[in-house]
Design a protein around this ligand. Sequence first.
Ligand SMILES: [Zn+2]
Length: 303
Amino acid sequence: MSVLDAHLDMRDRLLAAGLLYPTGVDGVYARSEAYERIAAALDATVRRWGAGLGATLLHLPPLLPRTTFDGTDYVRAFPDLMGSVHVFEGSDREHAELVRRVERDEDWSGLLGPAELVLAPALCHFIYPMCSGQVPDGGVLYEAIGSCFRHEPSADPTRLQTFRLHEVVYVGEPARALEHRDRSLTAGVALLEQLGLSISVVPANDPFFGRLGAALAAEQHEEGLKYEGVAPVVPGARPTALLSSNYHRDHFGVPFGIRTADGQTAHSACIGFGTDRIVLALLAEHGLDPERWPSEVGMELFG
Ligand SMILES: [Zn+2]
C-alpha cells in the first residue's frame, strides 16, 4: 500500500466509525462526542501535571493579534503555513461588486483587507507579550489550551489544518528554560506511555521554508533546540509527532522585551501536546471503539 493509500485508508476508517465527519476540505473535520470525550480527558490528564508544576492555565482564542504575530518572526520560517484574517470594510459600491462576483463565481477575495488578526499558529505566542517587562524571580509558567491553524491540506488524518494544542510554557532564566524543555519532555513521554502509547524521542525536523529556512533548520538541528515524541499512528506511514519540546533561547525574549529578575533577556521553552494527534494515536493503538479499550487505559484517562 502506498503512503497516500495508507492515509486514505485510515481516514476512511475514522469516518466510517463516525469519529470524524467530512467538511469537504482535507484536514478539517467535525468530531464526534466519543472523540471529544477522549480529547477532554486528555486535556484533564495534562492539566493535572501542569497544575502540579504550578502553571497558570489560560484558554486561548484561535485568533492572534497581528502585532504579536509580527513579533514572533513566524513568516521567516513558515510563510507557507500561515493564515491571515481578511475582512470587508468597503463602501456600498464595493459591496455591490462583492455580491456580483460571488454570484458569478468569480474571485472576490481582492475586495477584502487585512484585519488586526491572524490565525494562531501556536499557543505560546499569546504568552510572550503578556510577559513584556520584568518577570518575577524564578520566571513564570503558563499552561495554554486552544486551537491552532497551519495550512497544510493533506489526506493524512493526523495532519489537520485546524487542531488543538495543549502547551506548558516557561519564560525566565536561561538555565531554567532549558531545564523545562528537558524535564517536560521526559514527563510528557511518560504521560503518553501510561496511556499505552510507545513513544520515541527524536530531534525535531520542522518544515522550514525555502532558502532562508534552510539556515534555521540547520541551526535547530545542530544546536539540538527541539525534540519530538513520535509514535506510529497510520500503519505503513512515517511515525507522527504527538508532542514537541522546544527551547527558544531569547527568540521571544528580545522582540517582546522580556527581562529576568536580574535584568538579563529572558529565555523561553515550551512543550506542546498535539491533542488531536494523541486522540488519533490512542484510537489507532487501542481500537476505534473507546468503550472497548484496555481497562487500565480507560482508568488512566476517564478515571
Ligand atoms: Zn510553543
